[in-house]
Design a protein. Structure first.
Length: 130
């Protein structure tokens, strides 16, 4: 059985920041979400070398990333257009753009709709064979 390390990634005005929701001492930052994720991995490796390494890092673990809506939409911008997000979520493209720029924050129901649509797409893709 492996421990789950939950990492929150958030966009600030000029960079991305990340921290673990359930393991103390894990922090990261970067200019992009990818840089931020690498910073988290580097922080975990550094912590594993310390005498007071968190117990969760001493055994098998998986990392789960939780994005705020702005970070998620910007992270996947090169993969999904606003029209693609509209197609899989049913949320208007203009509204998606407002969420991506931070002009509006989605209600919890809208965040859940985006998350569910991405999970459903993932399930569909896992079932594809070529």
């Amino acid at each position: 059985m492996s421990n789950e390390i939950k990492i929150i990634i958030e966009k600030s005005s000029d960079s991305f920041g990340a921290y673990s929701e359930n393991v103390s001492g894990i922090f990261g930052a970067g200019d992009t979400a990818d840089d931020c994720k690498q910073s988290i991995l580097d922080a975990i490796e550094t912590l594993k070398e310390l005498d007071n390494c968190p117990a969760e890092l001493k055994s098998n673990y998986t990392i789960t990333y939780k994005f705020d809506t702005i970070s998620l939409l910007n992270y996947y911008k090169g993969i999904f257009s606003n029209s693609a997000f509209e197609k899989i979520t049913g949320i208007n493209q203009k509204q998606i753009q407002h969420y991506a720029t931070g002009h509006r924050k989605p209600r919890p129901e809208q965040r859940e709709k985006i998350e569910k649509a991405l999970h459903n797409l993932g399930k569909e893709l896992l079932a594809v064979e070529l």
